[in-house]
Design a protein around this ligand. Structure first.
Ligand code: MSP
Length: 520
């Protein structure tokens, strides 16, 4: 067997000062759908997520809570891990920046860049945005109330910092980065954010970055004579390669460069300036793509702890099921754009797409099969026009979905998967099996054809939705009478028709998405 092609996808690593909300779940659910899709399409996937545990912000939160930073991290990490189990996230590694291998790699990487001549000592004087863990130049901060200065991105007050630090000579990579972006138009996605980044932050000139913090204690000790720690972003970005064993681990050789870093748009700048130039300085190849998602907003503002408008993924999953949340996140908002969360929109999607379209299709079809054929998949003897319409709808899915998934257009892949669900519902209305059943023996053959075609539609649907709604896919698969794991099957099987075994006994279960009464 030839080796499977490798596919490496990452999420941001989340700060442990906050418990997960659905804004955090957004990137992770997207990365999981992509990882699952690629696995089903024959790739060997490595899917990395984790937590960002160092820095002043975490130290401050821990202090406020009267615990050590590590105690805080240990506690919050459990919440993230629980959330990911609940949402069916199939990561291969959950990296913590406090992991021993990461610490060593971050130090080795620092040394490598230093040996290459791109790290020098200097005096940093400027502004620091603590919530964003970001250095800001005098020219970047904005005027706040009472003579204060604020962060241009998050709007919160910044503090003045004066430190003896080490700097990374990012400015040396100006030309190289510009050329790279020109030669690799697919590197920075989505397209809509590219010009802004290039024109506002790259073309005007890359400034050198302070990469140590001499006044901060909580971090990875920098490999320099002075007692100082590595700046949290320099440390954090390295996670993408430390997790797979840079510089010479087997996984690193297999999976690097990453196929895509999925991140939120607020950190796109770090990922398309500091990160690629750090890699250039260390002589490491660059990731193939960095994709910045939009925000999940609530009441028109970015969902965040500080604004107090967060929606708890545990609560939503408990009320509607984990797949309803996954579906909402992936279907409601195009991945690159901002989107608003409202209970109303969530419930509309739930009752419409999930309860009416998918849930009803599964339940009506299986109920009829039980009633007319004792739940046994019947032999089919002919195929008519209506059946061909189902086949014609099912067959192009894989090809289209491949294209959509490569562009992280999850909503479009789902719209396509729903074409078959809708066509199958229409097919029931048009063929009216309940009427054919009344014809007795005369209609038996036709009835068998209709029921078989419906079971095939369900089989293909289970496979097509498996990356997005893994629990539902498993349930449909089981209800269809399969004993094995739907997630071990391939995308290519959606292109075949006539695969569900004649004689297989279905096992109808509970309704997948019972309609909900809308809350006022
Ligand atoms: N620790 C850094 C990332 C380091 S990656 C090497 C960080 N952490 S964070 O916890 O503040 O944010 C993590 C990710 O969650 C970011 O990509 C951010 O955009 C995303 N989101 C946080 N709130 C969000 C929404 N309301 N909506 C969408 N994504 C959001 O930044």
């Amino acid at each position: 067997m030839p080796d499977k092609p490798a596919f490496y996808v990452t999420t941001p690593i989340y700060y442990v000062n906050d418990v997960p909300h659905i804004g955090h779940a957004y990137s992770t659910v997207g990365a999981d759908a992509l990882a699952r899709f690629k696995r089903m399409d024959g790739y060997e996937v490595y899917f990395l997520t984790g937590t960002d545990e160092h820095g002043q912000k975490i130290a401050k939160t821990a202090q406020e809570e009267g615990v050590t930073p590590l105690q805080l991290a240990d506690r919050v990490v459990e919440r993230f891990k629980e959330a990911w189990v609940k949402l069916g996230i199939t990561y291969d590694r959950f990296i913590r920046t406090t992991d021993e291998d990461h610490r060593k790699t971050a130090q080795a990487f620092f040394m490598k860049v230093r040996e290459a001549g791109y790290i020098y000592k200097g005096q940093y004087e400027g502004w620091y945005c603590l919530p964003d863990e970001k250095f800001l130049l005098d020219s970047e901060v904005e005027d706040g109330p009472n003579g204060t200065k604020t962060c241009p991105d998050c709007g919160r007050p910044v503090e003045r910092v004066k430190e003896e630090n080490y700097f990374f000579a990012m400015s040396k990579f100006q030309k190289q980065l510009e050329k790279y972006l020109e030669d690799h138009p697919e590197f920075l996605q989505p397209e809509s954010r590219k010009n802004e980044l290039i024109n506002n932050f790259i073309k005007p000139g890359l400034a050198d970055v302070s990469i140590t913090r001499s006044t901060v204690k909580w971090g990875i000790p920098a490999p320099v004579p002075e007692e100082t720690v590595i700046y949290v972003w320099f440390d954090a970005l390295i996670n993408y390669i430390s997790a797979i064993g840079w510089p010479d681990g087997e996984k690193f050789k297999k999976f690097w460069p990453a196929d895509v870093h999925i991140i939120g748009k607020d950190i796109l700048r770090f990922h398309t300036t500091i990160w690629p130039t750090m890699l250039m300085a260390a002589g490491v190849s660059l990731p193939k793509k960095v994709f910045g998602t939009g925000y999940i907003n609530k009441d028109g503002k970015k969902m965040s702890k500080s604004l107090g408008n967060v929606v708890d993924p545990f609560e939503l999953a408990a009320t509607y099921g984990p797949d309803a949340l996954r579906y909402y996140l992936l279907r409601e908002i195009a991945f690159g754009l901002d989107g608003n969360y409202t209970d109303e929109a969530f419930q509309t999607r739930f009752n419409g797409d999930l309860a009416n379209d998918l849930g009803n299709l599964v339940s009506r079809s299986l109920t009829m099969l039980e009633k007319y054929f004792d739940g046994i998949i019947p032999q089919v003897s002919f195929e008519g026009d209506l059946e061909s319409r189902l086949v014609i709808t099912a067959r192009p899915y894989a090809g289209l979905a491949r294209k959509y998934m490569d562009n992280l257009e999850f909503h479009n892949a789902l719209i396509k998967a729903w074409d078959l669900i809708k066509a199958a519902n229409k097919y029931i209305d048009q063929t009216a099996p309940y009427k054919i059943a009344k014809e007795g023996d005369a209609g038996k053959e036709k009835l068998a054809t209709v029921m078989y075609s419906l079971m095939e539609s369900l089989r293909v649907t289970a496979l097509s939705i498996a990356p997005f709604m893994p629990f539902t896919a498993t349930s449909i698969w089981k209800q269809l009478g399969y004993a094995d794991d739907v997630h071990k099957h391939s995308l290519a099987e959606t292109e075949e028709w006539g695969k569900i075994p004649v004689g297989q006994k279905i096992a109808k279960g509970q309704a997948l998405f019972p309609r909900i009464e809308k809350k006022k």
